[in-house]
Design a protein around this ligand. Structure first.
Ligand SMILES: *Cc1c(COP(=O)(O)O)cnc(C)c1O
Length: 358
């Protein structure tokens, strides 16, 4: 038995033990073929079944309508920043600049065409989601980042948008129900909530493609991957396998409504403690607090206890709670596989630390 730890890593994320166990078995023997999943040909019936199951689970869990298709690609969410502009930017695009990732997405688009920040929360170190800005009707799309992994803010509802809406959902996909019909594109890296690093998902409104006049290189054209069922080139087989097992687990526990409830409970428990505990304060604006990444710092006057709390928490088995260097303090990522018990352990640790110091 390995050491008891509570993993709050921001990504790659904790994955359900069921998925890890299936992966161990498949590393030795993929579906009774006698071959490791690492060596199985992606052109076999056994692999195609896994690919089909993965696609079907995505469609079922997220209620993806027939107007949309889901594809699995390599290159990380960061390469999707370029795909977005290549496939959708004709005249002008607007980006909601809510953090480092949103800003990087904007910068990639600016290398392709005209793109600008429609609103930006950098004035307060990205601790809130801008609201009330005017969306012009003549833009190709509005790009949003629904969950800001580094700053712990989240857009928790699906916007009604007068222009095509594109969303980076890397770090909150499958954490809550999403009305996919409201988006022309939803994409993200799997490693924050649905699988290991190495695979990306993109859910695309099929009839929104083919409207730009530029030449799109074959590999960067979503149509290539839709036409070939994500098998134009060798897919990231092992990453897709583990993602499939992770989604199977999600379905087995009741799907998205069930996980949303768990995620709400976990976040309420931790934010409740942050607000109660005199040693800590949250950094994100309350109404925009992320259910996935909870950011907090030492309370004013207690700043010099930061290293001590980090060491104290580490000794109690807490892993991955150091805040991103651009925010400091602490960040606990409460992705789907993180349990209420894990969060309770962190909360207990915070309570004990407070007792030690008053
Ligand atoms: C992590 C992250 C990215 C970058 O993902 P890579 O797969 O490492 O390129 C992009 N957007 C968001 C919201 C993220 O959390």
């Amino acid at each position: 038995m390995s050491k008891k730890v509570h993993v709050f890593n921001a990504g790659p994320c904790l994955l359900p033990q069921e998925a890890i166990d299936s992966a161990i078995a498949a590393l030795k023997d993929f579906k009774g073929t006698g071959i490791s999943v690492l060596s199985v040909s992606h052109r076999t019936k056994e692999w195609e079944e896994t690919m089909d199951e993965c696609r079907a689970l995505w469609k079922e869990l997220l209620n993806i309508p027939d107007t949309h298709e889901v594809v699995f690609l390599g290159g990380g969410a960061s390469l999707q920043f370029l795909y977005v502009a290549m496939n959708f930017l004709e005249k002008k695009a607007a980006y909601l600049d809510t953090g480092v990732w949103a800003h990087k997405a904007l910068q990639q688009a600016q290398g392709i065409g005209e793109a600008y920040a429609i609103a930006c929360s950098a004035d307060k170190n990205y601790t809130y989601i801008p609201k009330g800005y005017e969306i012009p009707k003549d833009i190709d799309y509005l790009h949003i980042t629904t969950n800001n992994t580094i700053y712990g803010t989240e857009i928790k509802e699906d916007y009604d948008c007068p222009v095509p809406l594109i969303a980076d959902m890397s770090s909150d996909i499958m954490s809550r129900p999403v009305d996919v019909s409201k988006y022309d594109l939803i994409y993200g890296g799997a490693q924050k909530n649905v699988g290991p690093a190495g695979v990306v998902f993109a859910i695309i409104r099929k009839d929104a493609l083919g409207k730009v006049s530029r030449y799109i290189p074959t590999m960067l054209d979503y149509r290539t991957h839709i036409d070939k069922g994500s098998m134009f080139n060798t897919p990231p087989v092992f990453a897709i396998y583990i993602m499939t097992e992770t989604l199977r687990w999600l379905k087995s526990i009741g799907g998205i409504p069930a996980i949303q409830k768990r995620n709400q409970e976990k976040a309420a428990l931790l934010y409740g403690e942050i607000d109660r505990n005199s040693m800590f304060v949250g950094t994100a604006a309350k109404e925009d607090r992320s259910l996935m990444n909870v950011c907090f710092v030492m309370a004013p006057g207690k700043e010099d206890l930061q290293d001590e709390f980090m060491a104290f928490a580490k000794a109690q088995g807490m892993v991955g709670i150091k805040g991103h260097r651009s925010v400091g303090g602490f960040r606990a990522s409460l992705y789907n596989a993180c349990t209420l018990e894990d969060v309770q352990a962190l909360v207990d640790c915070m309570k004990e630390f407070e007792k030690l110091h008053c």
